[in-house]
Design a protein around this ligand. Structure first.
Ligand code: NAD
Length: 276
């Protein structure tokens, strides 16, 4: 494969770069995911709330790839938290994907005021024990949520998928994850393609290496050890975003990008986000 794996805390291998499908309509997801699979992506990141598990599943079914070469992530939506509701929601996701197991199942948001993520995660532990999910984890959990979860359950989450890009570098979370053996997965790794890709320092590093700003930002994540899941529906960009394993940033480049941190979120604050 074009993409090297990282080893999760339960020994499962996860490609360090995958394809994210947020905001891809279901009827476009099959074509988009097919393009990504043809470009060499083997990891796909979807979620129940994205409404495109069916389109994603169609692309997987239509590909000739053996199931074990793919790494499929989906996420439990907020309104389905709680032990029994989680088990039902998982069945629905699996049926929509047309799969017999998923590789990674994530609690999409912690909803800390509701106090349901521990019971939700206990259902995840059952799905894991039953062999229907190869690795279980969370998304948008702050270190305090992870500490509480780890104290109340038996399986340390394999992954925490959080908003992370050069304008929001998440130093405290990354350090906490590393201490706990939790892989850090970056959502919106390109900062949603907004101002970040025009920042002069990023553009200059891109010129120096004969690469694009998006490739430079993705390469920065890779060298930090983050898992990334950039999204695009444009075939040339889908190809560009995976072509980041044949060059390296030097220490000066890494330092220049690390100097861009503004601790600025594009998405909601996990401490207060409560949409179901
Ligand atoms: P992203 O940082 O991947 O940016 C995507 C946007 O950047 C594209 O829509 C396009 O406008 C632009 N872009 C992509 N490639 C480019 C290129 N090569 N050159 C120039 N512009 C380019 O943002 P995202 O889609 O928000 O995040 C990626 C994935 O993360 C999502 O698809 C989803 O799978 C996941 N995600 C998860 C959560 C969560 O709560 N767990 C939240 C948001 C996103």
């Amino acid at each position: 494969s074009k993409v090297p794996p990282i080893i999760l805390n339960n020994g499962v291998e996860m490609p360090q770069l995958g394809y994210g499908v947020w905001q891809v309509p279901d009827d476009e997801a099959e074509r988009a995911v097919t393009t990504a699979l043809e470009a060499g992506y083997r990891s796909i990141d979807t979620a129940a709330i994205y409404g495109n598990e069916e389109g994603t599943g169609k692309a997987i079914a239509a590909s000739d790839l053996p199931r074990e070469e793919l790494f499929v992530t989906t996420k439990l939506w907020n309104g389905d938290q709680g032990y029994d509701a989680t088990l039902r929601a998982f069945d629905t996701s699996l049926a929509k994907l047309g799969l017999e197991y998923v590789d990674l199942y994530l609690i999409h948001w912690p909803l800390p005021e509701r106090g349901t993520y521990v019971d939700t995660y206990k259902a995840f532990e059952k799905l894991h024990a039953d062999g229907r999910v190869r690795a279980i984890g969370v998304s948008n959990f702050l270190p305090a949520h992870l500490e509480h979860l780890i104290a109340e359950t038996s399986v340390i989450p394999a992954v925490n998928q959080i908003e992370l890009h050069p304008h929001l570098q998440q130093h405290a979370a990354r350090e906490f994850h590393a201490e706990q053996g939790i892989a850090t997965e970056a959502w919106s790794p390109l900062g949603q393609g907004k101002g970040l890709l025009e920042v002069p320092a990023v553009v200059a590093i891109a010129r120096k290496h004969g690469r694009t700003p998006a490739q430079v930002v993705l390469r920065w994540h890779i060298q930090l050890g983050n898992v990334v899941i950039p999204k695009s529906v444009t075939p040339s960009r889908i190809e560009e975003n995976i072509a980041v394993f044949d060059f390296s940033l030097d220490d000066e480049d890494l330092a220049a990008i690390s100097a861009l941190n503004e601790d600025r979120r594009l998405g909601p604050d996990p401490a207060t986000f409560d949409v179901v």
